[in-house]
Design a protein around this ligand. Sequence first.
Ligand code: GDP
Length: 449
Amino acid sequence: MNIIQEFETIAAISTPLGTGGVGVIRISGDKSFEIALRITNRKDLPAGKICHGWVVDNDVKIDEVVILPFKNPNSYTGEDVVEIQCHGGVNVVRNILDVVLKNGARMAERGEFTKRAFLNKKLDLSQAEAVDDLIHAKTSNFAIQSAKNLSGVLAAKINEIKGDIFQTASRIVAGIDFPEDVAEVEYSVLVEKFTHSLDEINKILSCAKSSDILRQGVKVAIVGRPNVGKSSLFNALLNLDRAIVTDIAGTTRDIIKENLDLGVAVTLVDTAGIRDGENIDKVEEIGIEYSKQSAQEADLNIFLYDASVGLTSEDKEIYNIVRDKTHIVVANKIDLIDINDFKEELPNTAKLSTYSAYGLDELKGKMRAIVCNFSLEDTEYITNKRQQSCLLKSKEALERALFAAKSEELQDMIYIDLKSALLALDEITGEVITDDILNNIFDHFCIGK
Ligand code: GDP
């Protein structure tokens, strides 16, 4: 049975502030109905019924609205909730929120509605996090994956693993507490059980890379020495004049980022040219450092050099930064030479002219093939960094238990590791959670969610 916790009544605008068809003000808490009746011309608000009425403040009609009353526990938060649908103008929704606040509600904090849903056990923590993912999804694919977690796919898998570990832990405890009545669990059984649980955890962790990429998108950095045409390529890929193109070396000093849709969300990073030399000022030096860092962090590097000059020693140094990472080599300014004279100096070099757009579609195709491959590897279980770190903690504890079982150590000791493994999994679903972690999660939500 759900235990509904008592909190102050809160209210917020749940729709984006802007001009639109409808705006929604949400009220949650035990005074919701009382407040809604006070601020509208309604005599009653039957729960579960769509009600029509006017919001009235001191005899002034504020707006004609539709009111959706929900009685606890049958609401999003598990508390009494009243949602007021009004006309979607910035000032209309603000006026209604003001009236609600004047009549006894307090302004909701970020994510407070979902936090209450979690505390009232309407959602577990992995589902609450999925709500935030769904709202912020950068691609339709990630939104679909987040909806899977909202429906409880990850929670169900975690609970299944927890159930297995819990069962083994209980058998160990029974053997310890009642040695005369209950036989010690055979070590071969323990090895088999722990191996199975580890396999299941690894199954989720194997989707971590895909999860990260689906969530954040793929980072693609364009690297090369100054003047090889990085900014020109950046603009050509984005079809805009965002980066400054000049023939003065070192013009792109900041990292410039833009989002590009290649089926997967791509963050394209135009880096300051990487070069060595004496005439480098402090600002450019910082830019160069950032560029090296961007190249290290990128999921895919596009290494650019000037085909009319050929691969210089400076180019080779930059190539060394990216050669062991996923990369595409591009010889730019191919328009400056006779294409038949081009000699490939590095394998699989793509020929390009950002001037004539020669080779641009082919390069985009290569990029698309690589980034789509990144994200589609394994997406059965989508996790975030917090969940991944809990899974790793649980995995380490289980590995210790497995090692101990193989070495036939005392089962009391194995039990301690199993408890740690369970605790880490409990953190994912939120059975065990500190206020700090909780606040950290819900502080990222928007107000009204
Ligand atoms: P970055 O410093 O690597 O970002 O290079 P830019 O994009 O600023 O380009 C440097 C110079 O090369 C500019 O004068 C561009 O117009 C020129 N450039 C860029 N791409 C091409 C190209 O494909 N062909 C030719 N001929 N010139 C190019």
